[in-house]
Design a protein around this ligand. Structure first.
Ligand code: SAH
Length: 244
């Protein structure tokens, strides 16, 4: 047993525990995640088809692990498309909500309370794809999660990360506009210091045998609710990597 402390910020976990009951309320605190989710699924599907799926069977039977799955918005979507999804998170309430919702939706997803680092020790190179969405900005050591995601995926498999860029624009939009002015997400959801520049994320990934094959902005207008994939990585962005 390693004596290394868990790569978990308990205050961050507590924030999500408190609002977990709202996870599937399409008009609540997780509204932005519901709105951008189809864009994430579109991005992942496109790369599955282009860069992984030689025989073109789509998601069917693909083993995917969703790291920091929360209440299961993305996990369920991928399972509905036929993937065999494992969702992991360190929040008890988000996982409870995820399990209940999967039952209600009659979708099969395996949910587990475990860190990415521990899971990587148990299940090295078992997954076709790893998704880790909007989670890296909530952990003490994001590079360690990236290392674990690389360890979890098979050689040639795909890893997807999404997070928030670190600059003035992301501060104004994600903190000032979304939290303070329009109160779209609860105040204190994000700490701008924990936002991650794409160049930094890519460099951590490259140190762990992950080659970046695509990057896209996820544009979200908190006022109009308008959302689309675009070329600007200024605020929310999503990256696709292939394990060498
Ligand atoms: N990935 C989901 C939820 C994002 S919210 C989605 O995009 O739809 C961030 C999630 O990360 C929360 O559920 C929180 O409990 C989880 N989280 C934060 N720190 C974590 C850690 N160290 N290990 C696992 N999950 C963590």
């Amino acid at each position: 047993m390693s004596s290394k402390p868990l790569n978990v910020n308990e205050d961050e976990i507590a924030k999500f525990e408190r609002i977990a009951s709202q996870w599937w309320d399409l008009t609540g605190d997780f509204k932005p995640l519901h709105q951008i989710n189809p864009l994430r699924v579109q991005f992942i599907s496109q790369h599955l088809a282009q860069h992984y799926d030689g025989i073109n069977s789509g998601f069917s039977g693909k083993k995917i692990i969703d790291v920091g799955c929360g209440g299961g918005i993305l996990s369920e979507s991928l399972a509905k498309l036929g993937a065999k999804v494992t969702g992991i998170d360190m929040g008890t309430e988000p996982l409870n909500v995820a399990k209940l919702h999967a039952l209600e939706s009659a979708v099969s997803v395996t949910y587990q309370k475990i860190t990415a680092e521990e899971k990587a020790q148990e299940c090295a190179e078992e997954f076709d794809m790893v998704t880790c969405m909007e989670m890296l900005e909530h952990v003490p050591d994001p590079a360690s999660v990236i290392q674990a995601c690389s360890a979890l995926v098979k050689p040639g498999g795909l890893v997807f990360f999404s997070t928030l860029n670190k600059n003035i624009k992301s501060y104004l939009l994600a903190i000032i506009a979304a939290e303070k002015l329009f109160k779209i997400v609860p105040q204190g959801t994000h700490d701008h210091d924990k936002f991650i520049r794409p160049s930094q994320l890519i460099s951590w990934a490259e140190e762990n045998n992950l080659k970046c094959i695509d990057a896209s902005g996820i544009h979200y207008n908190p006022i109009t609710g308008n959302h689309k994939l675009n070329d600007s990585l200024d605020v929310n962005y999503i990256l696709c990597f292939r394990k060498l």
